[in-house]
Design a protein around this ligand. Structure first.
Ligand code: SF4
Length: 457
């Protein structure tokens, strides 16, 4: 078994037994579930809105090269610089070069899963550049030395008491501060950093082809500050985030807000179309957009899996997934967890290393049911499993187990041999400890032949 798979099993086994963890996660997901229906009320027909969004993403992904080039032309026309990065290493190399040019000592960062994907904070640490997370949830996770737990709510697994204790330990505050007081502490610490930082780094929720802009959606205003205070702004984003037109935001913004947090619209929605222009008072002198591939084109070339690139990272599938709710975000050890993480990670990176995630599903289909852009997530999980077999990514033990199983179940004489407990034992061993993580196997007392004969009288 690969180390990634055994670590996943070990972490999951610990987490499912952690009732405190379950209570906190369920509390936060319940609050989300209570709010989403109100967000949906804004749509005359929410299913039609989801269908339209899916169609727009389909159209865009089918001509991705053209839309990305249109973005580059339009963004560059306003003085923005586009960098194409095929891998995480390439993206980091470019960021490092810009940091050196700007003699950068401090960067402020707003929440971005793509920066998690390229391990940007670790990279900055290695190069002695201070990197400050400015989103409150991310700030909490940075203080705790943990990666985000969820793609929308990074500190979802922490209660307000946990956060107060963390601030007490790391920032020497009183041990029992309220959420409002904790927010004020974070705000005070962060304000100076916006002014100090030479570079601001953000992600982008959408790349807009026809205006050459990026759209950022957030609730705290920290992304806007990170993008406008420092003299240089770097936005780093996956190539799949492109939408054809500015007017598409009229559909995608409310959809993302509703499925992400249950809001009708997120508090701060910012469209940035390049560095500060002549006559403007706010904004950076220079702006870069890094368009990151990092395995996305592997998905693009696979006609069946391509649909997973429609994802707008709303996080709804995580909140709906019975597996995620029990094992939590960190057990996956991937940037993207939950159903969408289980679908894209093996295809973006290495199917041999990550195929086990495709089995971390009850296939209940709840993820597909709630997806903001109607991605057939549970079917893609099945597709992953099938591709893993086709690509020979399954282990020798599994191959032998299924061969033996097939031979035995096609052979009536063999199936008639042995009693129930022998069959239970053999099947459990052949399938490599089936009952270790599942309910026990239980063959019927009588064989099919015996029951058939009895029925015929
Ligand atoms: S797959 Fe769908 S539900 Fe899951 S994060 Fe992406 S858009 Fe949201």
């Amino acid at each position: 078994m690969k180390e990634t798979a055994s670590s996943f099993l070990a972490k999951s086994t610990v987490k499912v037994a952690d009732l405190d963890h379950r209570e906190k996660v369920n509390f936060n997901i319940k609050r989300y579930n209570d709010t989403v229906p109100f967000g949906k009320e804004q749509f005359a027909d929410v299913n039609l809105a989801r269908e339209r969004a899916k169609n727009i993403k389909w159209r865009t992904l089918e001509s991705l090269d053209q839309y990305l080039e249109a973005f580059e032309v339009n963004f560059s026309a306003k003085g923005g610089k586009v960098i194409w990065a095929e891998t995480a290493e390439e993206a980091l190399k470019h960021i490092h070069r810009i940091c050196e040019e700007k003699n950068c000592k401090t960067v402020v960062k707003s929440k971005s899963m793509v920066t998690e994907e390229i391990h940007l904070n670790k990279f900055f640490e290695k190069h002695n550049i201070e990197s400050v997370e400015t989103d409150l949830g991310e700030y909490i996770q940075q203080l705790a030395g943990e990666p985000p737990y969820h793609i929308v709510t990074p500190a979802m697994h922490k209660s307000k008491e946990d956060v107060a204790q963390l601030f007490h330990e790391k920032l020497n505050t009183k041990a029992n501060l309220t959420p409002e007081q904790l927010t004020l502490v974070a705000r005070e610490k962060l304000r100076d950093k916006y002014v100090q930082a030479e570079i601001g780094i953000t992600g982008a929720n959408f790349i807009i082809a026809d205006t050459g802009s990026i759209a950022i959606t957030e609730n705290e205003g920290n992304a806007r500050l990170s993008a406008s205070f420092p003299k240089t702004h770097i936005a780093i984003t996956g190539i799949e985030k492109v939408i054809p037109s500015f007017t598409d935001l009229g559909l995608f913004w409310p959809l993302l807000a509703t499925y992400g947090t249950g809001q009708t619209i997120t508090v701060y929605n910012t469209v940035i179309s390049g560095p500060r222009q002549a006559g403007e008072t706010d904004g950076p002198d220079e702006m870069y957009v890094i368009l990151l591939d990092n395995g996305r084109t592997n998905i693009l070339e696979n006609e069946k899996q391509r649909e997973s690139l429609y994802c707008i990272r709303c996080g709804a599938c995580l909140n709906a997934c019975p597996v995620y709710k029990n094992i939590g975000g960190h057990a996956y050890s991937t940037t993207y967890s939950g159903p969408i993480g289980a679908v894209i990670t093996p295809n973006m990176h290495n199917i041999k290393e990550w195929k086990h995630l495709s089995y971390a599903s009850s296939l209940c289909g709840n993820c597909t049911e709630v997806c903001a852009v109607k991605i057939n997530l549970h079917e893609l999980l099945l597709e992953n499993r099938s591709e893993a077999v086709e690509k020979g990514a399954t282990g020798i033990q599994e191959k032998i187990a299924w061969k033996v199983w097939k031979k035995a179940s096609l052979n009536r004489k063999m199936m008639n041999k042995g009693n129930r407990s022998i069959k239970n034992w053999v099947a459990d061993k052949v399938i490599g400890g089936w009952s270790k993580h599942r309910a026990p196997l239980d063959f019927p007392k009588k064989t099919f032949n015996e029951m058939w004969l009895e029925k015929k009288g």
